[in-house]
Design a protein around this ligand. Structure first.
Ligand SMILES: C[S@@+](CC[C@H](N)C(=O)[O-])C[C@H]1O[C@@H](n2cnc3c(N)ncnc32)[C@H](O)[C@@H]1O
Length: 219
């Protein structure tokens, strides 16, 4: 099945609200725990979260690493508003900064000690721009962890995944999940992207039936 793009930004206020209310605790905690497993020596610094959404991952990351400052980037104003509320409620406003901008517009080079991104890449028409920007933003020797959905072989398989993992969720969330699966990349496509960008120290893994994860150190 070919990739079918979905809208890049999640900037409909209701869509952002539904996403922020959904329970991604297991997945998001799994993501930050995986970062610690991949990089046991990392202790802190300035960490970027590209496509941070409502900031659940920055909050979990900041709790796990008391010596880090997290900068979350998302170009959806409703997502950033919800994220700011969540950060304030978590009492982490002094350690988490959110910025409403497109990742390609983030200024500066070699500004971060680490970077992470969950569930962003499938939104982007051109994934190579993401990998290029990621490399530009982190300091040499920085750990990066990127995770996203895997595109299934058929629309029927995508629907089966939605039914298996999002039964009982609001229709809008189920629709977005389905569209995201159709827009996602395959393992081969991500491997090709990394090779084309010469990011050969980043390794891809398939942790379950619907995700890929890429981790490693960028030089
Ligand atoms: C599926 S959400 C993931 C949010 C969060 N990382 C999480 O795991 O809960 C993807 C987010 O990426 C944002 N996004 C998409 N394209 C973007 C771009 N070019 N620059 C910045 N944010 C973008 C969307 O607005 C959306 O909030």
């Amino acid at each position: 099945m070919d990739r079918i793009l979905e809208p890049e930004l999640m900037d409909d206020p209701l869509q952002a609200e539904v996403y922020a209310r959904a329970d991604f605790a297991e997945e998001n905690q799994g993501f930050v725990d995986r970062f610690r497993e991949y990089f046991p020596d990392f202790s802190g610094g300035r960490v970027l979260d590209l496509g941070c959404g409502p900031a659940d991952i920055p909050i979990r990351f900041a709790r796990l690493y008391p010596a880090c400052q997290v900068v979350g980037i998302d170009a959806s104003a409703p997502m950033i508003r919800l994220g700011e509320q969540a950060v304030k409620q978590a009492g982490l406003s002094d350690r988490i900064t959110l910025s409403c901008e497109r990742i390609d517009a983030v200024p500066g080079a070699r500004i971060a000690d680490a970077a992470m991104s969950n569930s962003l890449l499938h939104h982007l028409p051109n994934p190579l721009q993401f990998w290029n920007k990621l490399r530009l933003l982190v300091k040499p020797g920085s750990p990066v962890l990127v995770m996203d959905l895997l595109r299934p072989d058929s629309p029927e398989e995508a629907q089966a995944i939605v039914d298996r993992y999002a039964a009982g969720e609001p229709d809008m969330l189920r629709r977005d999940f389905y569209n995201s699966l159709l827009a996602a990349f395959t393992e081969d496509e991500v491997t090709t992207q990394l090779a084309r960008m010469n990011l050969t120290r980043l390794l891809i893994d398939i942790p379950d039936d619907r995700h890929w994860v890429v981790g490693g150190v960028i030089y």
